[in-house]
Design a binder for this molecule. Sequence first.
Ligand SMILES: Nc1ncnc2c1ncn2[C@@H]1O[C@H](COP(=O)(O)OP(=O)(O)OP(=O)(O)O)[C@@H](O)[C@H]1O
Ligand SMILES: [Mg+2]
Length: 400
Amino acid sequence: MGLEPFTKDSTIFRDENVLRDSHTPKTLIERDEELTAYQSALRPVVNGAQPKNLFLYGQTGVGKTLATKLVLERLSTDLEPMDDVDLHTVFLNCKSLSSSYQVAANLVNEFREPDNQIKTTGYPSGMINQMLWDHLNELDASHCLVVLDEVDSIGNDDDILYQVPRSNDNGLVDGTQVGVIGISNDFTFRDNLSARVKDSLCDEEILFSPYDANQLRRILEQRAEQAFHDDVLDDNVIPLAAAFAGQSSGSARQALRRLYKAGDIARDQGATLVTEGHIRLADRAVERDKVWEELLRVPTHSKLTLYALLMLEAEGELPAKRSAIYKRYRIAANRIDIDPRTDRTVHDRLSQLTLKGFLEVEEKNKGPKGGSYYQYQFSIRPELVTEALSEDSRVGELFD
Ligand SMILES: Nc1ncnc2c1ncn2[C@@H]1O[C@H](COP(=O)(O)OP(=O)(O)OP(=O)(O)O)[C@@H](O)[C@H]1O
Ligand SMILES: [Mg+2]
């Protein structure tokens, strides 16, 4: 079969872009409590006082980034007529940054013109920090809010999360009152923040919980109205998409993807209606993509931990205790010349992999004497893990 002509299709979507991740809706629904907490933490700014430092956390796709954009937009608009308060905001996504140094260097660039950017490697770190303080001191604003989204990327190297929130108190920045908003979907990262970071960054913590199916339904309904033509969706399409996403993750992103994918499949089939069958197909496709993407993205030591479980699987030893997993983990790490981390790190990796839904954990009691231990096994197909790990340039060597 040759190429088919590209023809405009207007029967299903009115505006499919509304379903994409890049689309920013004008309102955040079903998050009133979180928004109230968020606004109250930033209220001091309006009164000219020191903003509170904030830490937002919750699983992926639950509206943390969207809430931040909308709250800051609203704050800026409301501040416009007030002469005594000028707010400067900096929004940095830290996804690809793995240290405090890189965050500081990228923040410096946020204050610079595109033709005057600094290289983000090679300077002594004291110098980078000084550049940052200089920029903050030069700001012609009474307040500066620095958003560090997906900040868990920096791992244990979290000094910047102490430095910036404390920059006024420590006399590094004078004149502009600085507040930091840190955002993370990694619960282990939050639990492992050093005590001094917790103390300075987390004046206020806001937890975004996963959405339940009813909340997801309302989010989808709101979006579907703009995205689809009238009467194109069968009645049970949205409830089903919401139910599937609710069960699997509670993520609005995942719910939107299902709806989008279902529309896409219907369009490809030349259908005029999106039906339950389309949603079921979409659910499978989205679930597979999601697991795959996340597996590719986990850090090296998580991949080695997964590899350890693959070894145990091959030995017929799953579910397994942490000690058995740690033993295999060390063997795997040594085999490809990576320094094994401590048992504690592997414990953290196991918790994180469980949270992400790759592993299942079961608590076992030792018997009448008390004490209990945990046993881990895969909750996704091991073949998928093998495939994903093989793609990794380091860990993939283990399969050679
Ligand atoms: N309450 C809501 N109302 C409308 N749309 C929402 C809501 N919550 C999330 N969304 C949509 O779901 C998607 C994911 O939301 P967002 O990016 O804010 O998640 P997040 O919590 O920042 O996730 P991550 O931790 O992965 O960065 C976005 O497309 C967003 O527009
Ligand atoms: Mg986000």
